[in-house]
Design a protein. Structure first.
Length: 476
């Protein structure tokens, strides 16, 4: 343990979480927050757009010795009166407290005009600290994780900055979490950060740590999805860093709950996707086959699977099905998994033109379509045909991937499907983020400000494990 203080100059008007990471890195040798000294500059200011005056841009921060190092989060909260500032801080404090972080300082960001009054304090930089002795579950992001991490043949370090814990090494062919009995899983868990550690990724002890929306009603829906035996068969992966399901839930529950799905489909897809114009609204969204309103698998989906020749309860399962006024959209979400899935064998009924109605879907032989689309997308087009007939809607298959993945996919798919009865849209996560920001900006609802800030922070901070060279990778 060190016995001297550390002091640093910290810019407080830039990216809030970049500032928090700077504090976390500075504290990584065993420090906790001590306090700050407010600094006023003269001239034009970063938060104060007039060419002259006095403004806040930096402050001096000191850190005190501690038994183990702290982690930090921070937020910039615009100030337009103390009552409004308090209402903005309350949901932030609730979220951070749940992750073991406590509000320890509010740095006022001030701007004063030359020779005239105002505006005064325009924002606060809110600093939250998680002490080294805190062991509450927390949601990890890129700002509290080591940019590089290297393990040896025996031990794997915890990925959190400043943490010295190392777990026994897992391997795909040897010891791994899927096969371990409960009484041995604790050997691989960091006791401070409540995560199971493997050479390239991690898994939360409490799977719900991966879920953004933690109010009781939302958690009831999560529990419903977990327990419906006919629902999502891989929901058990929730809690893993690379889990596509929690990523899907966090983003699309925000859109669903705030009635943004119609505008999302309109703005995230090319105009050519829609035969009679983009849908005005989404009537129903089905998560992993489950109709949350009726608490079961969508009836029309069961029938469509039977029409196709699949098992009623274990057939093709898009991540989301969006039933709109004229369309039914089957949306498959990808994070780190392969975009086009190949398979040596496929059930013969998929290739049966009479049973699957493949000739109504593709302009080519079903085998050629399978080679172009991969096993998963091929089945979703056939399912879309059957489901569209059941719902009396035009089927659209959409694929959501990371940016830069399969850039020519849209062209190759459009070349083999029958338009206008079928349509395809390739969407990227970058597009999703941009569209969500645009919709929020257009609507300008103060009540959604915290959720919007949290979702943007989630996008920016979402990690996807360590690559073979030991470098941290992210969604963007």
């Amino acid at each position: 343990m060190v016995d001297y203080q550390k002091i640093l100059r910290m810019r407080v008007t830039g990216h809030a979480m970049a500032t928090a990471r700077e504090l976390t890195l500075a504290a990584s040798d065993g420090y906790q927050y001590g306090g700050h000294a407010h600094v006023l500059g003269v001239g034009g200011g970063a938060i104060y757009t007039r060419p002259s005056g006095a403004y806040t841009d930096v402050c001096l921060v000191w850190l005190n010795p501690a038994k183990s190092s702290s982690l930090f989060h921070s937020w910039i909260v615009r100030h337009r009166g103390s009552k409004e500032t308090l209402s903005k801080l309350e949901p932030i404090i609730e979220y951070e407290n749940r992750n073991g972080f406590r509000l320890i300082d509010l740095v006022p960001l001030d701007g004063f005009m030359k020779d005239e009054a105002g505006p005064g304090t325009v924002a606060y930089h809110a600093i939250f600290e998680r002490g080294g002795d805190v062991t509450l579950p927390m949601t990890l992001d890129r700002w509290v994780m080591k940019e590089e991490r290297h393990s040896d043949e025996q031990r794997v370090p915890c990925p959190v900055i400043g943490c010295t814990f190392a777990a026994p090494r897992m391997s795909r062919d040897g010891v791994n979490l899927d096969d371990l009995p409960e009484d041995r899983r604790g050997d691989f868990m960091c006791p401070r950060h409540r995560i199971y550690i493997s050479p390239t990724t991690f898994e939360y002890e409490d799977p719900r740590s991966s879920i953004l929306w933690q109010n009781p009603e939302e958690l009831k829906l999560v529990n419903l999805l977990e327990n419906l035996t006919n629902g999502k068969r891989t929901w058990k992966r929730m809690g893993r860093e690379r889990d596509e399901d929690s990523l899907t839930w966090n983003v699309f529950r925000y859109l669903d709950r705030n009635k943004m799905l119609g505008r999302f489909l309109d703005q995230a897809t090319p105009r050519s996707t829609w035969l009679t114009g983009a849908p005005r609204d989404v009537e129903k969204i089905i998560y992993w086959s489950v109709d949350l309103v009726n608490k079961g698998v969508l009836d029309e989906l069961k029938a469509a699977r039977t029409d196709l020749g699949e098992s009623e309860t274990h057939g093709s399962e898009p991540d989301l099905i969006l039933v709109a006024d004229q369309y039914v959209v089957l949306l498959e979400v990808k994070f780190t998994s392969p975009v086009l899935t190949k398979k040596d064998k496929i059930a013969p009924y998929y290739l049966d033109n009479e049973r699957s109605r493949a000739r109504d879907v593709f302009t080519c032989d079903p085998g050629q379509a399978l080679d172009t689309l991969g096993y998963e997308l091929f089945r979703f087009f056939l399912l879309g045909e059957a489901l569209g007939r059941r719902l009396h809607r035009i089927p659209v298959v959409a694929l959501l991937t990371r940016d830069g993945v399969e850039p020519d996919l849209n062209t190759s798919v459009q070349g083999i499907i029958r338009r206008p009865r079928h349509a395809f849209a390739h969407i990227t996560w970058g597009c999703v983020r941009d569209v969500i920001n645009r919709i929020f900006s257009d609507r300008g609802e103060p009540a959604l400000e915290f959720e919007h800030m949290l979702l943007n922070r989630y996008f920016e901070g979402k990690t996807s494990g360590y690559d073979p060279s030991g470098k941290l990778t992210t969604l963007f």
